[in-house]
Design a protein around this ligand. Sequence first.
Ligand code: GLN
Length: 466
Amino acid sequence: MSSQIHHIHQQLMNKDISCTALVQEKLDLLKQNTNNTVNTLLDTLALDLAAKVDAKIANGETIGLLEGIPFGIKDVYMVQGTYTTASSDLLKNYKSAYTATAIQKLLDAGAIPLVKENCDSFGHGSSSENTIFGAVKNAINPDLVGGGSSGGSAVNVAKDYTVFSIGGDTGGSVRQPAGYNNVYGLKPTYGRISRYGLMAYASSTDCVGPIAKSIEDIRIVLNIMSGKDTKDQTTYASADISQEVISSSENIKTVGYFKNFIETDAIDADIKSDFLATIEKIKAKGIEVKALDFFESETLVSTYYTLAMAETASNLSRLDGTNYGNRIEGDNLKETYSVTRSENFSEESKRRIVGGNQVLSQGFSDEIYLKGLNLRDNISENFEKDFEEVDIIISPVTPSTPPKIGDSLKDPHAMYLSDAYTVGFSLGQLPTLTVPQGTATGLQITAAKHNDELVLKFANFLKDTI
Ligand code: GLN
């Protein structure tokens, strides 16, 4: 699919449509939708902004490329004055006091926010069922999950309720729902986009990530949101990625894939054969394809969950009902903390808080947490060596197709294992894009750190190759 942003921009400039009509149409679709993608509709704000865009056009003023383009926001981003619930009971009445940097940049460019989108509570999950707003239903088959944790965002894009949406990816939460709903989803290099105003899950891997229906729209939105931010010391300055540069695939000579991701009983037979067929098509274009060694999936998943749980236990400790959240009074302060957190966090979030505090506690931290940190270093070194040999690594997004609604809640361990192919790239902090091609749940394209441009370039090449 070609760029919707360019297309709508032209329509607005040519006065083929009014921004108000466009926004109203999307708001109506969101309001009526039965996929449970909406936590809060930002209708008043969106219609006000649309009227301003229409006034500018009527005045003969030129508008920027993103001006008037409707988008969605995962409900873990601060947008001043709007509810930011993280799909949780704890924050269901919480209103943001400020706006996240990434979102502010989109607003400054004139994009129009329509909706705070349903997701797994605090990003905890792989199905968007861990939410107080009802399970998100898959865009292609509503009996299946929407994927997670940015499920509402991926479904909204897939259904054309939003032109693009901003998800958050800690261990796959943009890439996996993008794959489950056949759209593009990018986890940029860690630090390329500021995390300021994104509710922290695991700070060392949290990334802001765009979801859209074309590579070009991903590129446009990525460029706007990227850049150094004094409010997030892990950010770095990056050059804009140009449309011309990513339209040719020269420089890509060698592609790798992880043998053990494919040679395992855990992968669905069709995903495996489709992936291998993709490899053959890439080879047929004269690109060398190398099978690489990598860590076992179990090691990746346990390292990721050890670190992610430790970080979320620490990050969520501030949510005790005093400064934020629904406070439930107990007999004394300790009791108040306890009952507030016990009653307001979901089962899944509590599992992670308890697990995280366990791996950080005296007597366990050396054995478990520090070992996890060590493994993460080994994983990063492994990637560095790989990228001396290959330009790009491709992998399936998930070992299986989306589960039926209800199944993941019954078996959290199986849900954690479904993240086998996404979490490694998060631990490596590498740029990784899901493209809706190659297998039933798409393909991931990964490059070395800071090489987001090469990822988009290869995605363009794949679009014409498979
Ligand atoms: N499914 C993974 C988890 O639950 C990833 C979630 C995310 O990226 N926010 O941790």
